[in-house]
Design a protein around this ligand. Structure first.
Ligand SMILES: *[C@@H]1O[C@H](CO)[C@@H](O)[C@H](O)[C@H]1NC(C)=O
Ligand SMILES: *[C@@H]1O[C@H](CO)[C@@H](O)[C@H](O)[C@H]1NC(C)=O
Length: 425
């Protein structure tokens, strides 16, 4: 019996999983195998200013598979803009999954690692920071306090940041970032296939005005008692309370021996504050038995709220793009996916990042060990006098600014100004 029961179950399982896979629709997938350059267009943005950075097609300094290449930013203080086109997609009625892996080999302290989904028609040669986008998603860091996953949604002419920040990964290893947008207007953000945030387009972004607001016409009822404490009506002023003087003559004061009543006048002891004096009398406070709590205006439906059942819909998604400013280069992108199937995305992440992450970590640890064993390089400082100052350990720039204030300060200033453009965005 048991066997008979199991067989149809087994078959239906195959059929079901076949359907799941068959129904998955991949709108765009890029693993950066040979030929990737024919699918991507490098923008001319910032080229005239010599500020357009070059991409390096590489598996990186440490990796879990030297044949698995991605594209990596390779020049410091540069802008990067590159995009790829896919068949136009309308996600109405569909789940939208946007996923990619990113690795910051440079120990990123200020720079972006996010990607964009762009709608409509653009001139890919002109793609840049001003090109409108529909969704911007992925890690962004600048300084110690700004380390977040951007999730910016374009709606009705405005870009809206997610209201509550999602922290990003900050190490030098590959991580997979996934943004899932569902037809019920819920979303979820995954890092390495682990959900870090889920919620709703209605509550986690201010795309629409709030559904419910405080009634602006509501008034606190006249008899609403919102005093939590009141003076105790039973408490009485003790007899003679008001006769206690504020100050008394100092009982320890003594007339100085050389005091001459004739010349100095009659000696008077100085006064000091009276320790028995407790200020004007006030009855003690007790809990108010009639206290009703703090008054709050009741909530009403917001007359300005108009639901948009297509809040999650992007009717003509057409490009993926990377558009970044990087102070320090070394950010690598790989395994980009735009699809309608969460399971497919999960599997792709497992087959790529998941399969190689342990080997990558081992390679990274090895590289770190080598780096630490290497004789310390001379720190690069503009002032020539500093060349003989070689006792610097890990914190080169720190010890520099101590020993030679001028060059140290200059270096710090240079840092600040170069961080400035990105922090502005
Ligand atoms: C590209 O990456 C490889 C591996 O990290 C590195 O050896 C090479 O120098 C890089 N090339 C450029 C032009 O940055
Ligand atoms: C879209 O924006 C315009 C102008 O800001 C505004 O008047 C309109 O109410 C907005 N529509 C929605 C659905 O948010």
């Amino acid at each position: 019996m048991a066997i008979h029961k199991q067989i149809p179950n087994f078959i239906s399982l195959i059929v079901v999983s076949f359907f799941v896979i068959a129904s998955a629709e991949v709108f765009f997938e890029e693993r950066f195998d040979d030929g990737w350059e024919s699918r991507w267009v490098k923008s001319d943005w910032k080229k005239d200013d010599n500020l357009a950075g070059e991409w390096n097609y590489t598996a990186g300094k440490w990796n879990g598979n030297p044949n698995d290449k991605g594209i990596q930013t390779s020049e410091d203080h540069r802008f990067y803009a590159i995009s790829a086109k896919f068949r136009e997609v309308n996600n109405k009625g569909k789940t939208l999954v946007f996923q990619f892996s990113v690795k910051h080999e440079q120990k990123l302290d200020c720079g972006g690692g996010y990607m964009k989904l762009i709608s409509g028609d653009i001139d890919q040669k002109e793609f840049g920071g001003d090109t409108p986008y529909s969704i911007m998603f992925g890690p962004d860091m600048c300084g110690p306090s700004n380390k977040k996953v951007h999730a910016i949604l374009h709606y009705n002419g405005t870009n809206h940041l997610i209201e509550k920040e999602v922290p990003c990964e900050i190490d030098q290893l590959t991580h997979v970032y996934t943004f899932i947008l569902s037809p019920d207007a819920t979303f979820s953000i995954l890092i390495d296939n682990v959900e870090k945030r889920k919620g709703s387009l209605y509550t986690d972004w201010a795309l629409l005005p709030p559904k419910r607001i405080k009634d602006p016409n509501a008034k606190k009822p006249a008899d609403w008692d919102d005093k939590e404490y009141i003076p105790d009506p039973e408490d009485k002023k003790p007899e003679g309370y008001d006769d206690i003087p504020k100050e008394i003559t100092d009982p320890d004061a003594k007339k100085p021996e050389d005091w001459d009543d004739e010349e100095d006048g009659e000696w008077k002891a100085p006064t000091i504050p009276n320790p028995d004096y407790k200020g004007p009398w006030a009855p003690k406070k007790i809990k108010n038995p009639a206290y009703k709590g703090k008054w709050k205006a009741p909530k009403i439906d917001n007359p300005d709220f108009k639901d948009d059942p297509d809040l999650y819909v992007y009717p003509n998604l057409k490009y993926v793009g990377i558009e970044l400013w990087q102070v320090k280069s070394g950010t690598m992108f790989d395994n980009i996916l735009v699809a309608d199937d969460v399971e497919y995305a999960k599997k792709l992440a497992e087959e790529t990042w998941g399969k190689h992450k342990d080997a990558e970590k081992a390679a990274f640890d090895e590289a770190e060990k080598k780096r630490k064993e290497e004789p310390k390089e001379e720190p690069v400082v503009s002032d020539a006098e500093d060349d003989d100052d070689s006792d610097g350990t890990d914190s080169d720039s720190e010890s520099k600014s101590d020993t030679s204030k001028d060059s140290g300060e200059k270096e710090k200033d240079a840092h600040v100004s170069s961080y400035f453009p990105l922090c502005l965005w």
